[in-house]
Ligand binder design. Structure first.
Ligand SMILES: *Cc1c(COP(=O)(O)O)cnc(C)c1O
Length: 455
């Protein structure tokens, strides 16, 4: 076998050069789609190619189509950057090529997930006894959490859903906020519950679930298997549901509480924002992303469950053998994958790099920068529509058409990137501050560009 040293070094050097270029790179530069497609297209060669040539061709083909979303002035969707130690860990994880299914296939991968999982629970305020599945994204984490919920509420009704499926099963009630994330609906589809099952609850003025509304919906239906989806971090406004009151209410009705906290759960990692997720320890399952606010490279997320036996019973494909064996479920027993990549190394490294103080500082800094955006754009005469409780800012530049025009023009300008969104029937620019490298100067430069473009 050839020595891969030069090849791997070239790849790592390129990654480092790219990272260094991020602060100065146009964000979302204009793109010739056809040329990009052509650069990758063509017939599959029949003959092998030297790996160095393949790498060089890949770098050349991809370059014009890369989005500087890991950079400090990308405010689209809720996209985080990638911490240096976490990135380095992912580079070696690719080199190690570990199969993170269990402690036989990779003891190191499982040990890293165990350590990182314990740190995550401590930081977020999730009970220490909870199980943690390392998954691809919050979509997957919602599916795992709701699969556990489905198992438990049906088991309580005397029905083994893993064996018997949903045909003929007792009816499950699913209650969720009007402003839930769309991935909740897809998880319900995948779990055979469908989206029509959702009994929606209205939102309060800033987009959190309305507690009186939740009480009413709970009361209106018959008792029985009930799952309630709550949210920490409305994807438009950042609003967080009042978890303590909501959890107590749902548990009085015998229901299961799942919290979708893709980015908002990180409020729990800072004393300044912890009140926004007060009572989160009362929930039954939680979904949270690593690749958003924690700045772990894609893909990385966590499915936590307060009932590890339920978690394993719902997800493990050897559940019958495991449950009751007394073993602690690990790796693939807590996720929907069998073979899986070792995501724990990057999470472990990112958390070690920041420390708990660093995580709190990251959350505080992003929130402060979001407020800076809101204050500057308000001073410039534009409307900020949400109460900026976390890292999300919704800005209007006039009517819907005008706002869409400004969003498109800001994207074309390339100083920064923010997306458009519809909230309560109106169009807004959505600014999400989720990158560990964003500075006040980046915000000021971005505001100046937005104001210039809007004029
Ligand atoms: C981003 C997000 C999701 C989906 O997460 P992915 O990591 O994209 O799978 C779910 N819920 C909320 C609230 C989100 O912000």
């Amino acid at each position: 076998m050839e020595d891969p040293s030069r090849l791997f070094r070239a790849a790592a050097d390129h990654a480092a050069d790219y990272r260094r270029s991020l602060p100065d790179r146009p964000v979302g530069a204009p793109l010739d789609d056809a040329a990009l497609v052509d650069a990758f297209a063509g017939p599959l060669p029949s003959a092998p190619s030297p790996p160095e040539q393949v790498l060089a061709d890949l770098l050349a083909a991809a370059e014009p189509g890369l989005v500087a979303s890991a950079g400090p002035r990308y405010f689209g969707f809720v996209v985080g950057g990638a911490l240096p130690a976490a990135t380095a860990a992912d580079i070696v994880a690719a080199g190690w090529d570990q199969l993170a299914t269990n402690a036989v296939t990779s003891p190191a991968a499982v040990a890293a997930e165990a350590a990182a999982g314990a740190w995550l629970k401590q930081l977020l305020g999730i009970p220490a006894w909870a199980s943690v599945g390392f998954v691809t994204g919050c979509q997957a984490a919602n599916t795992v959490g709701l699969a556990a919920a489905r198992h438990r509420v049906l088991a309580d009704a005397g029905w083994d859903v893993e064996r018997r499926g949903l045909l003929g099963a007792p009816r499950i009630r699913v209650i969720a906020g009007d402003e839930r994330h769309a991935t909740i609906d897809r998880s319900l589809r995948l779990l055979g519950l469908g989206t029509d099952v959702v009994e929606p609850v209205p939102a309060d003025p800033n987009g959190a679930i309305d507690l009186a509304g939740l009480r009413e919906v709970l009361r209106a239906g018959s008792p029985g298997p009930t799952i309630v989806c709550l949210q920490s971090g409305n994807v438009n406004t950042g609003a967080c549901d009042q978890l303590r009151e909501a959890c107590e209410l749902v548990h009085r009705h015998g229901g299961w509480v799942h919290v979708d906290g893709a980015f908002g759960l990180w409020a729990g990692a800072s004393p300044a924002t912890r009140h926004l997720v007060d009572g989160l320890d009362l929930a039954d399952s939680w979904a949270c992303d690593g690749h958003k606010w924690l700045n772990i490279p894609y893909d990385s997320a966590f499915a936590f469950c307060a009932h590890p036996d339920v978690h394993a019973a719902a997800m493990s494909y050897t559940a019958a053998y495991l449950v009751g064996s007394g073993g602690v479920p690990v790796g693939a027993e807590l996720t929907a994958e069998s073979s899986r990549r070792a995501r724990g190394f990057a999470v472990w490294a990112g958390l070690r790099e920041l420390g708990s103080d660093g995580v709190a500082a990251l959350v505080d800094r992003c929130c402060a920068l979001a407020r800076r955006f809101a204050e500057s754009l308000t001073s410039a005469g534009f409307e900020v529509a949400n109460e900026v409780v976390l890292n999300q800012v919704l800005v209007s530049f006039g009517d819907d058409a005008r706002t869409d025009q400004v969003v498109a023009a800001v994207q074309a300008d390339g100083t920064c990137w923010a997306g458009g969104t519809t909230w309560r029937g109106r169009r807004f620019m959505r600014i999400s501050v989720s990158n560990a490298t964003t500075t006040e100067e980046d915000v000021d430069r971005s505001v100046a560009a937005i104001v210039r473009v809007a004029a």
